[in-house]
Write a protein that binds this ligand. Structure first.
Ligand SMILES: O=C(O)c1ccccc1NCC(=O)[C@H](O)[C@H](O)COP(=O)(O)O
Length: 242
């Protein structure tokens, strides 16, 4: 299975077109009012329709309640929900069951204890998104453009596919992929020219760099789920749950 590339924080047709033309597999839209990338439902609907069939549409929320999620699902028809708050494994499972959509659960990683905590989400999320923890005082729980210590992922063995995120950009995604074998990579700040403003050239450069580095590395920290990804939930583009 080839690497999944997700461009997050898409909020304009130009940004969307840049991601699609670059060959992104997933585009993420942020439903979180304090974010400079926040999209209103009407905008998100139009962007999702433009993306439909070309990339999977991911709706990112932060500790959203069922009614907020229901409105997003009804109006935007995302392919995938990304949960970027403090959702517990039980809450992730409940959302997945209620909305009958695949779920990406984002987890902030800073210490081995965070790695140990990942197992609790296996079976409730379809994907884990391993992200940096937000810096102290940050206004946003994600999308801060900071990396974490990737060596913490050494020896990580999960049955659930994981994506790597946090501070990736065109210059470091190759290094990340030479060290780690995630099922996917996710970027937002690293392909922007200002917070909330995507840069088409950086999007293209990121996708190019990630695809170029997506080779079998000799000393890889393997993601076992990726090795058997043909039978994993996202084995094909059009039907993420199949
Ligand atoms: O992007 C936001 O504004 C945001 C707001 C609230 C929660 C999460 C948010 N973004 C998450 C992402 O864009 C990515 O999934 C990921 O964390 C990568 O972000 P970055 O470090 O900026 O590349």
């Amino acid at each position: 299975m080839s690497l999944e590339i997700k461009i997050c924080g898409i909020n304009t047709p130009d940004a969307l077109d840049a991601a699609l033309e670059a060959g992104a597999d997933m585009i993420g839209m942020v439903f979180f009012a304090p974010s400079p990338r926040h999209v209103e439902h009407a905008t998100a609907h139009a962007l999702a329709e433009r993306a439909r069939g070309r990339a999977r549409v991911v709706a990112l929320t932060v500790d959203a309640d069922d009614s907020a999620l229901a409105e997003i699902v009804a109006r935007v028809r995302p392919d995938i929900l990304q949960l970027h708050g403090k959702e517990t494994p039980a809450r992730v499972a409940a959302i997945r069951a209620r909305f009958e959509l695949p779920v990406i659960k984002a987890i902030g990683i800073a210490t081995q204890a965070d790695i140990d905590g990942l197992k609790a989400y296996e079976g409730s999320a379809d994907w884990l998104l391993l992200d940096a923890k937000a810096p102290k005082g940050a206004a946003l729980p994600g999308g801060n453009g900071v990396t974490f210590d990737w060596t913490l992922l050494a020896g990580l063995s999960l049955a659930t596919p994981f994506m790597l995120s946090g501070g990736l950009d065109p210059s470091n995604v190759g290094d990340a992929l030479s060290l780690i074998r995630p099922a996917g990579v996710d970027v937002s700040s690293g392909v922007e020219r200002a917070p909330g403003v995507k840069d088409p050239d950086r999007i293209a450069a990121f996708v190019r760099a990630a695809r170029a580095a997506d080779i079998e590395p000799v000393d890889a920290i393997r993601n076992p789920a990726r090795a058997c990804a043909a039978s994993a939930p996202y084995a094909n583009q059009t039907s993420p749950a199949s």
